[in-house]
Design a protein. Structure first.
Length: 469
């Protein structure tokens, strides 16, 4: 090593310390991911700046929400034609007599667009002209965990980066004081399915792009409150010391996880100020809290999480994912659909309306749906009827962020079994989401284990142009 090399290294080390941790972590948080894609993202004009994914975990029935089937109603109680089910994967109805189960709620047309929506979703019906309903979704997996993994990461292989991680990796964050990717969960309904934290993990991407889960009781983020007797000045001194040590190690080994550690220590320190203000709903007018049905503060409800999602949007969070666990309705479907829709319908619609009235919906993409749908066949021997898991056809909706409101795209067959008209795979949904954010899915790739890895994988994926404004 030459003398000039030593002087340069010494200068960089001292400069990193003297410039201050805020500048360093700001750079780490805001810059696009290095080496992620060429040219740097976004690839083109973005119509959305951020995403809110309202994730109905367990698999809502499309046949009781957005996909009315008169023929299924006509065949209620009769054996389902074998032409539909022969050779098809079935989760829990193997070996049972397969009978049709007609829609359990009436449907009506709503808005100027005449969107067909079930009566169990009156608030969503009120935003019919703001949403694009896709009735022809399909996926690769029929059980919860692998289907959740497909929806979240584009593949059923565990350990791959989540969609939120891909987005924040490519676009960086718009905030210095909060994580770029935030996750919250709520529950209510039948058999809330567990959700593994790997569903919002970073996989082989640097770990600073993984989702940060906010909790509903105590501190929203663990250890965000300083220990008793520790002043802000003492904590800052500790953070500065740890940062200097980490920076010296990074200069020696250039491990990106050390960059993550530096950024996360600084972010955690800033969050001690930003988080208490974020979760204090006292500055929200009463009529806004009532709009969401969130009048008890941050209580772990889906309503409170939706209101918090809007506050996160206002503060520059890039990707927000709200899981509501309880949509696994194998039996007693009417009861539990009433429960889940009662908890989720009003807040979902309120979020869209609130974003719209604040001028935020135009550049915020909202997505609503679960990992799959439910069967047209009856399930629930000896109990009130329910529906089994179903991967061949289901419904989701999108709003804002360049989406054509008041539109319906695709269709399933007469019984709601197969996506037959303009089928949309989960990877097509991902490609469309990325496109609206200014990312072309086939160009955002990362070399891993000798392969160019993408959220949409190697199989064909397309942007669903027909639902774009």
């Amino acid at each position: 090593m030459t003398a000039s090399d030593l002087y340069r290294r010494s200068f960089l080390s001292n400069a990193a310390v003297s410039v201050g941790s805020a500048a360093l972590s700001s750079l780490l948080a805001r810059e696009p991911a290095r080496g992620a894609v060429q040219p740097l993202l976004p690839h083109g004009p973005a119509r959305a700046k951020r995403v809110i994914f309202l994730y109905m975990s367990g698999g809502p029935s499309h046949l009781e929400t957005f996909d009315y089937k008169p023929k299924l109603a006509e065949l209620d109680g009769q054996p389902i034609p074998e032409s539909f089910t022969k050779g098809q994967p079935i989760a829990q109805l193997q070996g049972q007599e397969l009978k049709c189960l007609g829609p359990l709620f009436p449907f009506g047309r709503h808005g100027e667009s005449g969107q067909e929506i079930a009566s169990i979703l009156p608030y969503t019906a009120g935003i019919a002209d703001d949403i694009a309903i896709i009735r022809s979704m399909h996926t690769d997996q029929i059980n919860h965990d692998p289907a959740n993994t497909v929806m979240n990461t584009g593949t059923s292989i565990s350990g791959r980066p989540s969609m939120g991680a891909w987005v924040t990796y490519g676009l960086g964050a718009e905030t210095d004081d909060l994580p770029g990717f935030v996750v919250m969960t709520s529950e209510g309904g039948r058999n809330p399915q567990p959700i593994a934290s790997r569903q919002w993990g970073a996989g082989f991407l640097p770990s600073r792009y993984q989702g940060v889960q906010f909790f509903s009781s105590g501190d929203p983020v663990h250890y965000v409150s300083p220990p008793p007797g520790i002043s802000a000045e003492r904590q800052q001194a500790l953070v500065n010391t740890v940062r200097r040590l980490n920076q010296q190690r990074f200069e020696a080994v250039a491990n990106p996880e050390i960059e993550t550690r530096i950024a996360q220590y600084e972010l955690a320190f800033r969050m001690q100020t930003s988080i208490p203000e974020l979760v204090d709903f006292s500055d929200e007018p009463q009529h806004i809290q009532e709009l969401y049905g969130a009048t008890s503060g941050l209580d772990g409800s889906f309503a409170a999480n939706c209101l918090l999602a809007r506050r996160l949007v206002e503060r520059g969070v890039r990707f927000i994912q709200l899981y509501h666990r309880g949509w696994d309705h194998h039996g007693d479907l009417v009861r539990y659909m009433n429960t889940c829709c009662g908890l989720c319908d009003r807040p979902s619609a309120a979020l869209v309306s609130d974003l719209k009235q604040r001028g935020l919906l135009d550049d915020t993409l909202v997505i609503w749906g679960g990992e799959f749908g439910r069967t047209p066949m009856f399930q629930g021997k000896g109990q009130e009827p329910g529906r089994d898991h179903h991967m061949r056809g289901f419904s989701m909706w999108l709003a804002g962020g360049g989406v054509k409101g008041g539109s319906t795209y695709g269709n399933t067959d007469d019984l709601g079994y197969f996506a037959t008209e303009n089928p949309v795979h989960v990877r097509d949904l991902h490609a469309t989401m990325l496109h609206l954010l200014g990312i072309e899915h086939h160009r955002q790739s990362v070399k891993h284990q000798g392969l160019d890895m993408r959220l949409t994988g190697v199989e064909p994926a397309r942007v669903v142009e027909e639902i774009l404004a």
